[in-house]
Structures are given as structure tokens and as C-alpha cells.
Write a protein that binds this ligand. Sequence first.
Ligand SMILES: Cc1cc2nc3c(=O)[nH]c(=O)nc-3n(C[C@H](O)[C@H](O)[C@H](O)COP(=O)(O)O)c2cc1C
Length: 483
Amino acid sequence: MYSDFQHFLRELDAAGELKRISHPLSPKLEITEVADRCMKMPGGGPALLIENPVGYDIPVAINCFGSRKRMSMALGVGDVDEIANEIQALLQPEVPASISAKIKKLLELGRFAKAAPKKVSSGICQEVVMQGSEVDLTQLPVLTCWPEDGGPFITLPMVFTHDPNTGKRNVGMYRIQIYDKNTTGMHWQMHKVGAEHMRVAAEKKKNIEACIVLGGHPAYTFSAIAPLPPGIDEMLFAGILRRDAAKLVPAKTVDIDVPADAEIVIEGYVDPTESRIEGPFGDHTGYYSLADYFPVFHATCITMRSKPVYPATIVGIPPMEDAYMGQAVERIFLPLIRLTVPEIIDMHLPVDACFHNMAFVKIKKRYPGHAFKVMNAIWGLGQLMFTKFIFVFGDDVDIHDMRDVIFRIGANCDPMRDSLIVKGPIDQLDHASDLVGFGGKIGFDCTHKWPSEGFPREWPKLITMSDDVKRKVDGIWGELGIG
Ligand SMILES: Cc1cc2nc3c(=O)[nH]c(=O)nc-3n(C[C@H](O)[C@H](O)[C@H](O)COP(=O)(O)O)c2cc1C
């Protein structure tokens, strides 16, 4: 397993997955344009190491997670499905009630005993320490991604905070807009755990300390985006994924432990009473998310390796690098979702709908109204609450085949009868709703309808050719000269 992020880069290089770019490229828009062209290539294009970002002496790594192979390499497996299958097998014997209980169960299992994070006294992430007037965030090759962006944004950060009541750690990926040498935006959205930690701190009339971490073992980055229930430690989850404990070193100016193998760590705090305009930002939605008031982060210290690499990504019109991260989340979390909603056979969040906007769900229908039960369950399940459109299919549909999906929606749905419209929390980035973070969602029952559901007519049979005729034509196909 990788000792740090640069080790991961070397392995990508050895596997022919990394392209080193020595041509000078500006972090202002130019790196985006090159990376975007790679990300739009079939299969995700190569990872890039931009060795000479104009104006900086820190190389930029981008698109490191941007293919199924690289995402799997990041987690130390041949394919992300291996982890899903392992979790599925491990969860078979016992069925605890909640997702948290299930993840805790995973942690209790002997083979994961060494997954718990370990505290160490030093790490490469603190080879260089800059405090006070030495703190200068403008030294970092932070990308200005799109022409109308409000400024440069750190795009692949892991934000470490602790719940001021329980002390429990959270690590979430929230973009960071650079305002000046030592202040940034803190874009933790209202439904995310970092924002909740800040609200708890506000109740105590205290600042919330935070560390913005870049690099380290790639399993950390994945864990920061993973929709883990609050209270489940991302560093523990990363330990399970990488089959080794995360080594954490105390930060210099705040009471937070950070990965010893990180490339760069920015320590500081957020004052819950302070906010500032953040954005606009060319976002996952394919549109610019609108400028709005967000908390402000004050950097008290920067620590880094003596020769760091700056990890970055860009988001925008799909497909982007995050397509492969999201695909890994979809596969790895399916077994956990299935234990809570066992009738779900499979689930697919299509990349072009920016993931949580749309879900195709395949179920084994057992009782009247079953599809509606599944929709309600999904809207009540962690970050799946953001799903704006849910389509529930029977077990004879390939939900990964858009042709099959569209065919069944068109053929099996009566929009009046088979839709369920609800309102509730939606992604804070959604620009179609009237209100920020609150709007409508719709589910469609695309299963075959039953008389017990009030369907008054006979449900027709799907057309299929008989097996004997198929076999016969298989046998003579070559002779027909069709090709
Ligand atoms: C590249 C990337 C950027 C992201 N940026 C943000 C962001 O700026 N704000 C946010 O709240 N979530 C963002 N997310 C999603 C969160 O990281 C994700 O919802 C995560 O599960 C949140 O962790 P939490 O539940 O511990 O808060 C981003 C995800 C990715 C892959």
C-alpha cells in the first residue's frame, strides 16, 4: 500500500496511468482546459502531473482518481466491486438495524482490528512549518477553474473538524476559496457534518477549529467524500479501505490530528458569527453555483513536505473526475444500503444527471406499492435524501443500460398514477428549486402493475423469441452471410 500521495503517483506512473506535463501551464484556467479535455476522453483519460505551473514551484496533480482503474488503484484493489463484495460477504451473518450499527459491526471484525487510526509524533506533512506572518496561501498553485469563478479554489481538500460536544472527528471535502494570504471561504453546505460542528460551536459561543488537508493516502480523499453517517470516523473508514491504520500527527496550532503523510496542511479556525460572499464557482451541476454568504476560515499555520505536490480536481459539465469517485461510492455503499432496504437489488446514479439528481433502482417487487416504499426509504437515507428523481424498476431491467431504462419508463409508467411527488431537503447546490436546500422530488414506479394495486387491465407480456428458434438461428447465422 502507498506510503503517501507521491508514492501513489509513482505507482500510477509505473502503470502507465500518469502523464507528466513539463510544458508551463497557468493554474488560472489553462490547467482546467487541459484536464477537462482529458476527463472527457472515453474512460477518463490519464492522470496529469503538471510539473511547471506558471508562477509556482509546487507541481499540480489532477485527474488521479479519474478512471475506474485509478479509482480502484487508489483503494488498493483490482476493481472497486471487490470492496463491495467483501463488505457484502462480511455483513451477511448478522443484520444490525442501522447503517451506523452496520459500519460499527464491520469495524469490530477481527481482520479490521488494525484499521483504527494511530497517533504518531512526527510526519512528513510537517517538514516545513509556517506560522504567523509566514502564512501565505497565495504560495500554493490553487486553480482558478472557470472564467466566471469568484477566485482561486482548493478543489480536493479534506476538512478535519471535531464535534465540540462529543469530540468526534469528521472529515469532509468542502471547496475552499482563497481570499488572501490567510483567509478563505469554508463551503460546508448546510446538510454536511462540518456545518453541524460549526453550529454546535456557535451554541457554545466558540470558534470551530479546522484543518484543511491535501494529499496523504488516496483512501483518505475517498473517505472524505464518502456519505458516512455522522459519528463514523472517516479515518477509521480509510483504515479499513487501505487495510492499515491512518497515522495521525498533532497539528501545530489547533487541537486536531492530521494525516502524517499529507502533502500540505492548513490549520486554522472558523468564527461562526462571520460570513462572507463565496463563489460563484463552476460546479458539479455543470453550471456556476451562485455567490452566497458562507463562513470564513482563518489560517493560523501552514505545514507541508519539503517538496510537496498539490492535489487538485475540477468539476463542471459531466463527465469529470468525480464521476469515478461517485461510481466507487455507488458500488461500495450498495451493500450497506441493501441491508437497510433489502428489496433493492441494484442502484445506479447516472453520471450525466450529476449523481444525486437521479437514481435508477432495481427491486424484487413483493407487495402492492412496494416501489413507493423504496422511494420513501431512499429519501430518508443519509445523503440519498438529495435524490430529485427516482425511477424504480422490476428485476427484469438492466438499470445500467440507458436504452432499457428509457424503454421501461416509457412503456410501464402512467405518470398520473405512478408518480409520487414530495418535498424536503435538497442539495444546496441545486439551482432549480425556489429555495436554497429545500424543494421538490419525484419518484416513478416503473414496475409491472398488479391487480392488487388497482390496475384494472391485463398486464401484457414482454416480447421474447423462443429459445429453440434462437438456437436454430445461432446455428445457421454464419451461413446467412449477414455478418
Ligand atoms: C470534488 C468534490 C467537491 C466537493 N465540494 C463540496 C463542497 O464544497 N461543499 C460540500 O458541502 N460538499 C462538497 N462535496 C461533497 C461532500 O464532500 C460529501 O457530501 C461528503 O460526504 C460530505 O462529508 P460529511 O458528510 O462528513 O459532511 C464535494 C465532493 C467532491 C467529490
